[in-house]
Design a protein around this ligand. Structure first.
Ligand code: PLP
Length: 405
């Protein structure tokens, strides 16, 4: 089934839609200062793909490469680490401003905090980031994964010293199971999605993602450009909501058009926008998609309002769009940098290629205002987090384009 696009005819202007105060520039500064206290921190590259932009008929295509984040091959550690810092700071009575990795590992803070077990459910990247942070800061971590999770993703979590179990549940069911276990055992759940009554930690996670948006803004300004369009991949929508909120709060009227992109099998943001009653709606079932990181059926209830109000469109697409994006980034146009981008990382590149080059996309391209004056920001949120899957797609052509003109 081909690409489906739902347009929002009148996105809200800043101040007229969902509250942006949790994602203000001053919060971004606090978050980034915290991340910068890790020796692994450095801004990830923003590649301006000049060759690709010419090929597609766009002014700029800029791809931020999160495979370089903290040596963990994905952006997710930004959220879990900041949420854990906020939780620990409030537990021991420290202000978050000026907090550092070394403060959190000091004997005084460790003694005051006591023994804590953190728990989460993950498609892979969030759990790895949380397990990494727990090991860095000296805490126990328990991670559950949905059925069908790749061994390599589980092994990467085990390698950080966490307990990790692949369940026979889908993602959203596994989240509920972890939550019940946390309540029973007194564990601290650090989940990257919110629901009614569980909002504080997910908001901290979204704030953690602001570091990458703040870096991108700085890097685009250094290139002398601001984006006109920003395509954001969505699982539960925390990542997309964080970037939408951060860039809208920072740029106001100059914010780009935001467009979410999801797999058909787990298109809960698209479905919620399509139903159009203002509420989030779930997708159920196995959620089986190539894009493991986006295989989530229940929107983050906090983030949903940001996506509903400030996005110009929501896209649902087949798996081969992600595979095309992986191939486009791996085999660049002459002069461009190659980017190793995994399934969930590359879907936005795949959709931009489709929109600009597929004959069936003419109307959608026009509706989104994409053309020679457009500067497009994409975030490759992961590298080859499942190397075998990556090679099957990029080397051996798995998930071929079923929609060739
Ligand atoms: C690589 C990657 N990209 C994007 C996402 C989507 O993030 P969210 O679930 O916040 O929408 C995820 C989520 O795990 C991911 O792993």
């Amino acid at each position: 089934m081909s690409v489906r696009i739902h347009l929002n005819p009148s996105p809200k202007t800043p101040g007229k839609g969902a509250d942006l105060s949790a994602l203000s520039p001053s919060v971004a500064e606090t978050v980034r200062s915290f991340h910068a206290t890790f020796k692994e921190y450095s801004p990830t590259p923003l590649h301006s793909l000049t060759g690709l932009s010419k090929e597609l008929g766009l002014k700029h295509v800029m791809v931020k490469d999160e495979s370089r984040r903290f040596g963990l091959n994905a952006f997710k550690v930004l959220g879990g680490s900041y949420a854990m810092a906020r939780y620990l700071a409030s537990r021991v009575g420290l202000p978050i401003e000026g907090i550092s990795r070394d403060m959190l590992t000091s004997p005084d803070v460790r003694a005051k905090a006591g023994d804590i077990t953190f728990i989460t459910t993950t498609d892979g990247n969030h759990g790895r980031g949380l397990a990494w942070t727990a090991r860095e800061l000296g805490y126990k971590c328990i991670v559950f994964m949905p059925k069908g999770s790749e061994d390599i993703r589980k092994n990467n979590i085990l390698a950080e010293g966490a307990q990790c179990t692949v369940t026979d549940l889908n993602y959203d069911e596994a989240v509920r199971m972890s939550w019940n276990l946390a309540q029973e055992k007194g564990y601290v759940m650090v989940q990257d999605t919110a629901w009614d009554g569980y909002e504080e930690i997910p908001t901290w996670i979204m704030q953690g993602y602001m570091t990458l948006a703040a870096e991108a803004l700085e890097q685009m300004k250094a290139l002398g450009t601001l984006p006109t369009h920003c395509f954001l991949q969505a699982g539960v929508g925390s990542f997309a909501g964080a970037v939408v909120g951060c860039l809208t709060a920072a740029l106001g009227e100059k914010a780009p058009k935001f467009i979410t992109v999801e797999p058909h099998q787990a298109n809960c943001i698209y479905k919620s926008a399509f139903i159009g009653d203002g509420n989030p709606h779930n997708v159920t079932g196995d959620l089986q998609t190539l894009m493991a990181g986006l295989a989530c059926g229940e929107p983050n209830t906090t983030s949903w309002g940001l996506l509903r109000d400030y996005c110009s469109a929501h896209i649902s697409c087949p798996d081969y769009i992600a595979a095309n994006g992986m191939r486009v980034l791996a085999a660049p146009v002459k002069g461009d940098n190659p980017v190793v981008s995994g399934e969930s990382g590359a879907v936005t590149t795949g959709i931009v290629q489709w929109l600009m080059q597929h004959p069936a996309a003419t109307a959608q391209r026009a509706a989104l205002g994409l053309g020679p004056d457009s500067s497009v920001l994409l975030i490759s949120t992961e590298g080859d987090t499942a190397p075998e899957v990556y090679r099957n797609v990029v080397w051996f052509g798995a998930y071929p384009d079923l929609d060739l003109p």
